[in-house]
Write a protein that binds this ligand. Sequence first.
Ligand code: NAD
Length: 385
Amino acid sequence: MSDKDVTVIYGVLNERTEHEKRAALTPDIVSRLTKSGIQCLMESGAGLDAHFLDSDYEKAGARIASRDEIITIADVLAFISRPTSEVVSSLRAGTWIVGAMNSFTDEGYINILKTSGVTAVAMERLPRQLSSAQSMDEMTSQNSITGYKAVLKAADAYTSILPMMTTAAGTIRPAKVLVLGAGIAGLQAIGTAKRFGAVVTGYDVRPAAQSEVESLGAKFLDLNIDLGKDQGDGGYARELSDEEKVLQQAAVDQKASEFDIIITTAQVPGRKPPVLLTAKGIACLKRGAVVVDCAASEFGGNVEGSKPREVIRTDNGVTILGLPDLASDVSTTASQQISRNLADTVLHFMREKDGQIKLTVDFDDEIDKAMIVAYSQENVNENKE
Ligand code: NAD
């Protein structure tokens, strides 16, 4: 960025709810943005659940402002989630919003954005494979935290211990942990469970995951089913056909009884999470087994019968935890990470336009092309040389 005038106001609203403890901006990132000439406005109390006080933000250079003022004067609003349609309708044309827009599944909302005159950046559409996009990747930062916390939750609900322990009263065998879905969250769960001393096995539908699982010192679960060579695009899993799903579920159900703890993290971008473990498999688990479904949602998760934010105890003594908010539970670290991801995303769009550094869309840029889901013509750089 050059030393031309920067006149961007970066606004953050209080998104705290019973299940959302994160803040979209943390004081360390306020300093980073301020150094780039950006003025930060925070709604009072936005950082409280992540242990950041209004005074911490002020010390870092932000100004505490009312929700109405932020909505009225911010040039860009950064969100953990996304603004309600009501907030969108209050924004002036040309305002930028950055957050998780659910653009793969919520066409109705995206249509509202398109007619509202805002420019919207969908974090879920980041082309993560680009090296220039790494520091913007909130899916990676938040999923890593999810995988770590899933193991802590499982260990807490498990009534035995994870590591092998030799005591005067005998040797305690280590827990056997199975992690289904070995993407960012799954690999972090595998590493964390290994550090706890458990005997860990991982599984993913993508064959490339096998070497990653094994590089962490875990075993790869071979389900002995042929899912063909087509494993999806760009390193992401494809949705399995109905026949493949049945084959996979039967194989997982059959192997599941060997394990004490099962952690599921499988997702297919833009689709309902795949069911990997059915009621049949759960019925065969040992008494005391713990299942953590990180994909649990109101549309279902990876475990048949799991419910988001509910603990289910089955007749055969199995505990099923539906835990969709694990990153939010680690609110301080998760806020620091996502705050950096959001700020770097906004900084990506700061470009010279009309002799000033402004938030500008450049549709020749790969990141812009992928992430902009609605735009105001006034934000587009048409006079590029
Ligand atoms: P995700 O959250 O979309 O899914 C989690 C995991 O679930 C994935 O590994 C996926 O293969 C798996 N899965 C889906 N359906 C399954 C099924 N039926 N059975 C078993 N497993 C199933 O994915 P993610 O954690 O974001 O990672 C997805 C891919 O993106 C990985 O290859 C990862 O290495 C890659 N990635 C690349 C970059 C980068 O290039 N910088 C950054 C992040 C992730």
